[in-house]
Design a protein around this ligand. Structure first.
Ligand SMILES: NC(=O)c1ccc[n+]([C@@H]2O[C@H](COP(=O)([O-])OP(=O)(O)OC[C@H]3O[C@@H](n4cnc5c(N)ncnc54)[C@H](OP(=O)(O)O)[C@@H]3O)[C@@H](O)[C@H]2O)c1
Length: 312
């Protein structure tokens, strides 16, 4: 799908004001916007902390008193990010792991909880819009593995560790509004692979699985999916240069995109909801994208079976 179609889909749903820096600028001036978030002593595992929204969130969380573990694929990028985060407080622990590799994800989780002596908050943030079809070490399509399987596996592993007072936050995207849930088609095959579609399907899956987790664990932890809005990050610069060129004047900063993530980590909110700018939002804007609980449970069972081999 070309950037123009991405923009068109967003305009169809009349979301431009809300997703852009305008939405953030207006909402952050509202009276109930707390600028003094406290995460003192919270042990947080945040995937994808080397760049963009994840790096900004890790810095803000550290400044608010959290003890943070960040992940990424590259040791030197991790070291560089850790130095930037350390300007706000204690240096974060860094763990290299490719979210596309479920064995590596499970190993990384063990190392994260060992080094923290437990965990209070998991943030599933790592993600990328990948234009080419790629298979992972375990034979899955990469977008599906990184955005659906790895967060699901980390959520499974986290639940017994964070307990009922813990939190699981998943960074989805407003791009999911363009997609109807079709459990069997969330993982695209090589013949019809399209990076933007695949990304949006995976982001839809994140939002519905967040609802399912909350249904399965009504006493907690707190599950939250969120949309950062449109933020000017290396990820957007690399994967959607045309979109960025057209929307540059209204893109958010990475810090603005990270705000709801940090706020959710510091707040008690209704579990299972989808958040943008500290407010729960509808998960459906286009009538033909409505979905049933039964379809969500089908997807849940499918992903559960696919992640079973990686749960110790
Ligand atoms: N920017 C936006 O407007 C926007 C809008 C909606 C949703 N989002 C979501 O926000 C999240 C962060 O995106 P961003 O815009 O900040 O992008 P970014 O600047 O490219 O940062 C992405 C982060 O994810 C990590 N990552 C990517 N693929 C990974 C993999 N296979 N394994 C481990 N880590 C991986 C990257 O680490 P390394 O490259 O160092 O490995 C990096 O730390 C993503 O989930 C994205 O879908 C962004």
């Amino acid at each position: 799908m070309r950037p123009e179609r991405v923009i068109d889909a967003a305009l169809e749903a009349t979301v431009v004001g809300g997703f852009s820096s305008i939405g953030y600028a207006v909402r952050s001036r509202l009276n109930d916007w707390d600028h003094d978030l406290d995460l003192t002593g919270q042990r947080i595992l945040l995937t994808g902390g080397t760049s963009g929204i994840g790096l900004a969130a890790a810095r803000e969380m550290t400044a608010a008193g959290a003890k943070v573990v960040i992940t990424g694929r590259d040791e030197s990028r991790l070291r560089s990010a850790a130095t930037k985060i350390a300007a706000a407080g204690p240096r974060p622990i860094t763990l290299a792991a490719d979210s596309a590799d479920l064995e590596a994800v499970a190993g990384m989780f063990q190392r994260a909880t060992d080094s923290h002596g437990g965990l209070d908050v998991l943030v599933n943030n790592a993600g990328a819009l990948t234009h080419t079809y790629t298979r992972t070490p375990q034979g899955f399509e990469q977008t599906y593995a990184v955005h659906v399987l790895a967060p699901f596996l980390l959520t499974r592993l986290s639940i017994p560790v964070v307990g009922t007072s813990g939190k699981v936050i998943t960074v989805s995207s407003g791009g999911m509004y363009t997609q109807k849930l079709d459990p069997a088609a969330v993982e695209m095959n090589a013949a019809d692979y399209d990076g933007v579609n695949s990304y949006a399907k995976a982001k839809r899956a994140q939002v519905v699985l967040n609802e399912a987790w909350a249904r399965h664990y009504p006493r907690g932890p707190m599950f939250a999916a969120m949309h950062p809005g449109w933020a000017d990050t290396p990820g957007v610069q690399d994967s959607l240069p045309g979109f960025r060129r057209l929307t540059a004047p209204i893109l958010r900063t990475a810090e603005q995109g990270a705000d709801t993530m940090v706020w959710l980590a510091a707040s008690e909110v209704d579990s299972g909801r989808f958040w943008l700018d500290r407010r729960a939002r509808s998960t459906v804007r286009l009538p033909w994208t409505r979905y049933s609980d039964a379809a969500v449970e089908d997807l849940f069972e499918q992903v559960q079976a696919q992640t079973d081999p990686y749960v110790p």
